[in-house]
Design a protein around this ligand. Structure first.
Ligand code: SAH
Length: 450
């Protein structure tokens, strides 16, 4: 009987977009976390909803040859990474498949997906972490939620961060125990520069009063690499960080690099978490844009102007559009510091600004978009389709919304030319993709529609 709690032996025949194994029991599609493609496994059904179900992995009867013993001693309990039990090459293949499936299944677009650009050493790559503070029987743990629970697992040995960050986490756990009144600190964000190892700390609390002066004094003495400390007030537990930041100590910004460019980061700035792979991603975006030095380029969702500066090296003018005003100020400063004069940054919602700018008879030869997870808003897609830009370079961290938006653009005068995933988040199922679309001539558009 196929009911909750029943046990089954199944073969994993697919990979879900979140990296879980997919099996079928008659018409029921079952997602099995931590099961790999091709494995025969014994599972227990934990949840059934219509024709979808979740299964708990009980036993691996026939393991995949790509199954590995994780280097991380806590991979079984920590909810931070989903693919610690799979070899790196399996992960890269799985991510390519996740992107290809999004295009085929969701967008009905049959396009070759290039092999994922991976890392040589996929460890200790993260330059930022937000660690939850969990108060367990008088002990403070800073880290990530355990699988399916609200208990935290300490990140003091997490292999995605540098050893200095691991040491700082362990130090802060002890420090909070000593100096933080019960449950005062909710989270701590740590940013580390891959350029010089310096770190920025942000203590996140619910209320406005600052109660960690003693702890901060000691951190500065014991960790000279911590050059900046902030206090963030967050009253909404669903959000990672609140809107209010108070500068507590040290410098206001952290200095980091991507390739040859230098960036000053505020605590709230968006900055990709993996510097080495971000450089490869931006390099690929630049290559796909095929700039000759004469183009007008729009960089929509530009953050602190990282991609804009890359593009500006090879073109006439770049217009960066970003909705967060502090990020735009940082972008302007970054362009100045890198001696780049052919960039202009605008604070606006991309979907509001682009149609207005185009209506004033401006023309973009290339438009780069790098929206958040939810993809481009319909007004933005409409503006892109009517932009007459020869090329659109779409960078995305969510294959399903990328495929959805590319489908719209394909139906409205553009054709996808290249889909290139890049691995910025090794050991998790997340994948970044850069995609090139080019404008079809009116004749080509008619032929495609037929
Ligand atoms: N291209 C940058 C940032 C990408 S993250 C980089 O590679 O670092 C997405 C950015 O889009 C964030 O900075 C976010 O603040 C911004 N954003 C979100 N919604 C937006 C909108 N509607 N219009 C413009 N920018 C937006």
């Amino acid at each position: 009987m196929v009911v909750v709690d029943s046990e089954h032996i199944v073969t994993i025949t697919g990979i879900s977009h979140q990296g879980a194994g997919i099996a079928r029991i008659n018409n029921l599609v079952v997602f099995v976390a931590k099961a790999l493609l091709g494995e025969v496994v014994r599972i227990r059904l934990t949840e059934i909803k219509k024709n979808l179900a979740k299964g708990e992995l009980l036993e691996i009867i026939t393991p995949q040859k790509e199954r590995i013993a994780s280097l991380c001693a806590f991979s079984e309990i920590c909810g931070g990474c989903e693919l610690q039990h799979a070899s790196y090459s399996y992960q890269l293949d799985a991510k390519r498949q996740i992107v290809a499936e999004a295009f085929q299944r969701l967008a009905k677009i049959d396009v070759p997906v290039a092999p994922v650009i991976g890392m040589e050493t996929p460890w200790r790559y993260r330059n930022k972490g937000v660690f939850h503070a969990d108060y367990q029987a008088g002990k403070v743990v800073l880290g990530f939620y355990q699988q399916g629970s609200h208990q935290c697992h300490s990140a003091s040995q997490c292999l995605l961060f540098s050893e200095e960050v691991n040491r700082l986490v362990s130090y802060l756990e002890k420090g909070l125990q000593q100096y933080s009144p019960a449950h005062y600190v909710q989270k701590i964000m740590i940013r580390q520069s891959s350029f010089n190892g310096e770190m920025m700390l942000v203590f996140v609390t619910k209320d406005n009063s600052w109660r960690l002066t003693e702890l901060v004094k000691n951190i500065i003495t014991d960790f000279p690499q911590v050059i900046s400390i902030y206090h963030n007030i967050n009253t909404n537990p669903k959000l990672m960080l609140g809107k209010i930041f108070h500068h507590i100590s040290g410098r206001e910004k952290l200095h980091d690099t991507i390739g040859d460019f230098h960036f000053q980061l505020s605590p709230q700035s968006f900055f990709q978490v993996n510097n080495q792979q971000t450089q490869r991603l931006y390099q690929k975006a630049l290559e796909l844009a095929q700039l000759t030095g004469t183009e007008q380029v729009v960089d929509a969702y530009c953050g602190i102007g990282t991609i804009s500066l890359y593009l500006a090296q090879q073109t006439l003018m770049v217009y960066g559009v970003e909705s967060v005003s502090q990020a735009v100020k940082d972008a302007q400063q970054n362009a100045h510091d890198n001696h780049i004069a052919n960039c202009q940054f605008i604070t606006a919602k991309a979907e509001d600004w682009l149609p207005k700018w185009l209506a004033k008879n401006h023309h973009a030869d290339v438009i780069v978009v790098d929206p958040p997870r939810k993809g481009c808003d319909s007004q933005m897609l409409h503006a892109l389709a009517n932009s007459a830009a020869e090329k659109i370079v779409y960078i995305s961290c969510e294959p399903s919304t990328l495929a959805r938006d590319v489908r719209y653009l394909q139906e409205n005068g553009y054709q996808v030319q290249c889909v290139q995933p890049v691995d910025l988040f090794s050991w998790s199922w997340h994948v970044e993709t850069v995609c090139l679309l080019s404008k079809l001539s009116a004749q080509q558009h008619i032929e495609v529609a037929l």
